[in-house]
Write a protein of this length. Sequence first.
Length: 292
Amino acid sequence: MGKVLLMGGGGGVVGSGILAELAGRYPIRSYHRSPTPLEQGRVEFVPGDVLETSRFPSLVEGVDAIVNVVWYRQPGPDRLFARTSTALQALVEAAVRAGVHRFVQISLPPATPRLEAKTPYLHRKREFERVLLRSGLEVTLLQPSAIFAPKDRLVYVMLDLMRRYGRFPIFGEGGYHLTPVWNRDVGWLVGEALEGRLSGTVLVGGPERFTYLELLALLQRHVPRPVRFVKVSPGLGRFAVRFFNAVGWHVLYTYEHDWLVSDLLGFPAPPHPGREFLTLERFLSAPPGATG
């Protein structure tokens, strides 16, 4: 495999894990708005935005594979996601014309039919991926469960709230599942896809399958104060999340709440011969920076 185009922030939760795993193995062209310390001196950084589609022909020149991380977490109007989907489709067209061979897409795990149909965050990304799968490129769709990493939006946010307030909500009975996966392990799977050892649509879970209650119990052991868990109904929890979003507090969005309680995020880890996936316990117990 020759040059790899990384579309997306190398300093983000997913992008940084991919960059850390691939930077020593491939020449990388990284395209996003601002360089990160992790990229400096390690990659060819090209500043820009995914909506600048006129730049795509030069961007994919000399590239053998594309890894796309670009998408938005925050809810927004359909036009925001529609424009991004259209721009990524233009990227695929440019890639095909340039003779790019592979495309690794950081996708989203399955959601309920209602979320899939009603949430632009989901259905516009699926729209793009249908075009990608018909493109003739060698495509791998990686669909990770919850991702943990330094300063992530899952584990570190939950720990911070527990430390600050000594309370944390449980939506319903807390029996729904998660299989958190380290961002560096996701990056390793991207490398496997680039080498042709992983293809098609791949559900990406970590080595441990937790119920939400079990995950909270694990996190509680790493908080230096007692934590009280407050049980609320899923309906009330959803109302509370919507209220907090309305006043500018965006730790959790309503679609994420609905996804969590749907119990669709507890799938197993994909095959990873020769590599031991990092457990969340080891990640939490390691000194800062020890896990990259």
